[in-house]
Design a protein around this ligand. Structure first.
Ligand SMILES: Cc1cc2nc3c(=O)[nH]c(=O)nc-3n(C[C@H](O)[C@H](O)[C@H](O)COP(=O)(O)O)c2cc1C
Length: 346
């Protein structure tokens, strides 16, 4: 079974749903001594199968397949729905953008999505937003697949440990993308990556993978000194040549560093950190539908924004330290990180 101590360099490329991960990108990280990842949360079983198969031809290194643990959700009443629709219609992006409330099923069935995992057997399987059914964990273990789950608090990490998985991903408040908090109705502890990593390593026996605002070799060294077994980097990889980030996403990461990031529910109905833009500002005090219904409802608008290269209406997920981003090939970024890590005493 996979163990972080077997890595030549303890770096995990973060799983990043929405077309960012791809076989070449993941293989470049795995061939450089780290873990390559796929954010498969919205992917069809066929796409998952194709990506894993293509990756197998490019690397023998460790690959992580990541899924969301969606919670059952219902449409709110008609008044709430119509307020949420009209908030988006007011953005008036044109006729091509047809805003309508989706109908059930609101998310893919995890059981179907995991079928290609049992066939292709990536070394690692991770989950975000909660603990998957026990049967998934047992099935993975029977096939020799290591399982990890994101925690944003010590309480979640303790639940994760009780579920009998192999590691915890400690996601600090600085992290880009969706916050992995299990229950959105509970208070968010909002702990920094370093504080959360220390808290979990001191109180749990599972290996910890630290995530959030890790951009340099020195940052990697610091989370390992705080007790982490590995560092998970998302934003740092977004401007790599192989990354599927949109043109506007790369442009804003490199050139609009004064904007900073915010946590918003506006795109998906769940808190996620991204670069502040017009969409976030305009939706700030508006009604949004629950996750992932809001995500589906904003999809046509976001797709139109990608087509027209308009960064103001795309979800530009990024961690709070994105100003330290570098534009280069994935292999070069891994080399730079390794050199910085050695220079920092690692
Ligand atoms: C564009 C983007 C998409 C993300 N998608 C996922 C995802 O699908 N699954 C997941 O577990 N985490 C996802 N995350 C969160 C990362 O796993 C990780 O917590 C985060 O990138 C760490 O912070 P950093 O971006 O500052 O490195 C995403 C992050 C970004 C930036």
């Amino acid at each position: 079974m996979f163990n972080f101590s077997q890595l030549a360099f303890p770096v995990v490329q973060a799983p990043m749903a929405g077309g960012i991960n791809n076989p070449k990108f993941a293989a470049a990280v795995a061939n450089s001594g780290g873990v390559g990842s796929f954010g498969f949360s919205y992917s069809s079983p066929q796409k998952i199968s194709e990506d894993l198969l293509a990756t197998k031809h490019l690397t023998q290194g460790p690959i992580n397949a990541n899924f969301f643990v969606f919670r059952e959700v219902e449409l709110p009443d008609a008044g709430v729905q119509s307020n949420a629709v009209s908030a988006l219609q007011k953005l008036s992006l044109g006729d091509e953008c047809n805003i309508c409330v989706p109908s059930a099923p609101f998310y893919p069935a995890l059981e179907d999505q995991l079928r290609p995992i049992w066939t292709h057997r990536p070394q690692i399987l991770t989950f975000h937003f909660g603990i998957p059914p026990q049967g998934c964990i047992e099935h993975a273990h029977a096939l020799g697949i290591a399982v990890g789950i994101t925690a944003t608090s010590l309480g979640e990490a303790i639940e994760i440990q009780k579920a009998g998985v192999d590691f915890v991903v400690a996601q600090g408040i600085e992290a880009g993308g969706h916050r992995g908090i299990f229950d959105q109705s509970t208070q968010d502890d909002s702990l920094s990556t370093i504080d959360l990593t220390q808290m979990i390593t001191q109180n749990c026996s599972l290996p910890v993978v630290a995530a959030g605002a890790i951009m340099t070799g020195l940052d990697i060294r610091n989370v390992l000194l705080a007790g982490a077994a590995a560092a998970q980097l998302g934003t740092a990889f977004l401007c790599c040549d192989e990354a599927g980030s949109t043109l506007a996403h790369k442009d804003y990461l490199l050139n609009k560093q004064h904007r900073g990031t915010v946590l918003t529910k506006a795109f998906s109905g769940r808190m996620a950190r991204g670069i502040r833009n017009e969409f976030i500002d305009k939706l700030e005090s508006c009604q949004v539908l629950p996750f992932p219904i809001q995500n589906t409802m904003t999809a046509s608008l976001r797709q139109l924004a990608v087509k027209t290269n308009n960064g103001e209406f795309q979800s530009l997920w990024a961690g709070s330290a994105y100003s330290k981003i570098r534009k280069c090939s994935t292999t070069d970024l891994m080399k730079i990180l390794m050199e910085e890590y050695s220079a920092a005493g690692g």
